[in-house]
Design a protein around this ligand. Structure first.
Ligand code: UD1
Ligand code: UDP
Length: 364
């Protein structure tokens, strides 16, 4: 039976690559459906190239719209493509609208599903991703957890523990595989940055969609840039609002297009500090030992705080927190990393999927 991976957005590609590779090594027939939720070359194509992902079987081209309209287009497109390919299993990743739509379509069609990155919770239903996470986990047949606290979250929501597998973090597999190709110096030179610099990324709706929060955030980042030059590879979401709020290239602040995966990780690896509201970047900085200040009130990835370099900050706290992080310097990537963040999550997931496809009894 065919395994279909449904991917739509930048972080999906990074999480799927190790699983696709793991299944290929086990000779499991598989294919990718790209929903087209992300479509700019720098939000999509560059990841397929950098991660060595195979060409998708189809791209549904759903593009951007309101949540309802985008999800509706995803549902319609995915139903057709799932019926056409008749997969034995559909694998979905993370918490984006493409993930939600795929799990819903498969649940209605009676097609079994697996969710990679199950059980993360911010407990903030105001985040679109939290809604997607809760619904996805309630419908998935196999759930792959990246972090131990996910197990208790899922148990509390009534998910049968027999369906859940703690496998570590495939995003870390991708990072580890990329390490030999990272060249911070080359990217830094290309971007005209000094040796000591900070990287910023911003795209959460709660931060960038309203003029007030955008202004507050931009003022805080500008303050940091007085202490250390900051480069911001900017997600297209909120670009105009942030520019209107003053996030524009100046002497010590450089606002650039999103970077490809290898370029971005190269830049992060060489950075003295990262300021972000991304989910995945909290995990990557933990792995790389780069101090990370997360501009959010909560995180679904608390393990990056307890076992890593991450700290949650308000815009008001950012300048002082940045000052301190820069003074304290880089953390050594510790022996105390989250369990199973070892670069072998993709093969672990692939083994469970292959066993499930064979009909093996997976109960512990
Ligand atoms: C989506 C995910 C979010 C994830 C992020 C990763 C949902 C609900 N949100 O947010 O969880 O953190 O991806 O990057 O699924 N745009 C472009 N070009 C593109 C893609 C988007 O210009 O290739 C712009 C459009 O103006 C669009 C906006 O970005 O309206 C938002 O895109 P969308 O896919 O709706 O959500 P993201 O903010 O990217
Ligand atoms: N990323 C990238 N280029 C960038 C910004 C991020 O390659 O300019 C990568 C980053 O390394 C991580 C992923 O994109 O692997 C995270 O995606 P994003 O922050 O968009 O989504 P989130 O994790 O918040 O859902």
């Amino acid at each position: 039976p065919l395994v279909l991976h449904v991917l739509g957005a930048r972080p999906n590609f990074v999480k799927a690559a190790p699983v696709v590779r793991g299944l290929a090594e086990l000779d499991v027939p598989q294919g990718i459906i790209h929903t087209g939720q992300h479509y700019d070359a720098l939000m999509s194509d560059v990841f397929f190239a950098d991660l060595g992902l195979p060409e998708p079987l189809a791209n549904l081209g759903v593009g951007s719209d309101s949540h309802a309209r985008q999800t509706a287009a995803l549902l319609t497109g995915l139903e057709e493509v799932v019926l056409e390919h008749d997969p034995g299993l559909v694998v979905v990743y993370g918490d984006v609208n493409s993930t939600l739509a795929a799990i819903l379509v498969c649940a209605k069609l009676g097609v079994p599903t697996a969710h990679v990155e199950a059980g993360l919770r911010s407990f903030d239903r105001g985040m679109p991703e939290e809604v997607n996470r809760v619904v996805t986990d309630s419908l998935a047949d196999l759930l792959f957890a990246t972090s131990p606290e996910a197990l208790s979250h899922l148990a509390r929501e009534g998910v049968d523990p027999a369906k859940v597998h703690l496998v570590g973090n495939p995003m870390i597999d991708s990072l580890k595989a990329a390490l030999p190709r990272l060249d911070a110096k080359a990217v830094r030179h290309r971007l005209g940055l000094p040796e000591h610099y900070a990287v910023g990324t911003l795209h959460r709706p709660a931060n960038v969609d309203a003029a007030d929060s955008a202004r507050e955030l931009v003022a805080a980042v500008a303050e940091v840039s007085r202490r250390v030059p900051v480069v911001v590879p900017l997600h297209p979401r909120g670009r105009e609002r942030l520019a209107a709020a003053g996030l524009v290239t100046g002497e010590r602040l450089s606002v650039i297009d999103p970077l490809g995966y290898i370029d971005f990780l190269s830049l992060v690896r060489g950075a003295a500090l990262v300021v972000t509201d991304s989910g995945g970047v909290q995990e990557e900085t933990t792995m790389l030992g780069v101090p990370c200040l997360t501009l959010r009130a909560n995180t679904e990835r608390p393990i990056t705080i307890t076992h890593g370099t991450n700290r949650l900050v308000t815009p008001a706290q950012l300048p002082a927190a940045a000052e301190k992080a820069l003074a304290d310097g880089a953390a050594t990537p510790s022996g105390d990393l989250p369990p199973l963040w070892d670069g072998a999550s993709g093969p672990r997931i692939a083994r469970v999927l292959a066993a499930w496809l064979r009909g093996d009894n997976l109960s512990p």
